[in-house]
Design a protein around this ligand. Sequence first.
Ligand code: DON
Length: 303
Amino acid sequence: MDYQTLLNIIEKDLETFEHEGKVADYIPELAFVPGDKFGMHLHCINQQDYSIGDSEEKFSIQSISKVFSLALAKMHKTKIWHRVDVEPSGNPFNSLTQLEMEAGIPRNPFINSGALVISDILLSCLKNPKEELLEFVRHLAQDDDIYYDEEVAISEKKHGYRNVALVNYMKALGNINNDVDDILDFYFYQCSIAMSCSQLAKAFMMFANSGKNIGTQERILKPKSIKRINAIMQTCGFYDEAGEFSFRVGLPGKSGVGGGIVAIHPHHYTVAVWSPKLNPNGNSEKGMRALEELTSLTGLSIF
Ligand code: DON
């Protein structure tokens, strides 16, 4: 498959792509990112790399980090599934209403409430949670030039009222063990991780390679855990738009309000795309279109 030619076609086709998307501004620091940025990087199972546009520029990965924290919690063999469910939410990522009706058990680990419970679990099992999470991501990408963007973390800390409400509500319902401020601090830092499309595509290769690091062939997670995490990406990676993403793209993936999306085609490739303007569901509008075009042009998806 000549992936570079396909990416070049996508880049050209999307030059004139008109849409109503808007850069996220509920985290004020994110609003400074130029809306016209666009990058895409495809990392093949044979370790060949293909890219277009701003694929080496770092951006705030936001909710994409929820896949890393779940993987780290699994790596430490923590018990998760009695505290977080694995069902699509069909609701916005920061919704409070479902939690009340479901006794403080989040629908899945990729909505904010679910990721806050995973943060709580990690705080209970790691000595230095922030350092260990960052080290884990760097190890997956085989790249140390990945960091927390303090300005983004502090900006969200000042304005993250819904997350404050979510974690306090779950504490009241008995699904949170640690101090809520410690959990929020860890959660905001994990969301602020800055990475490029190229680094994300490489870090996600473990999920396309049955749990092994592609470079070293070191086993990080069991195939059973990878099957489960990929299934949750497929059904819950895009919140109330998970069905739409499956329908249009046909790959497991995860988005973030920084405008990034990562998708995986198990045993074939990983692909990361970045375009900061979001649709009303908080997913990158041009990013979704680019991935839809990729699986249409290749004629290959997991279905
Ligand atoms: O907690 C928040 O609202 C953000 N730090 C992350 C949300 C997010 O990325 C949802 N993704 N589409």
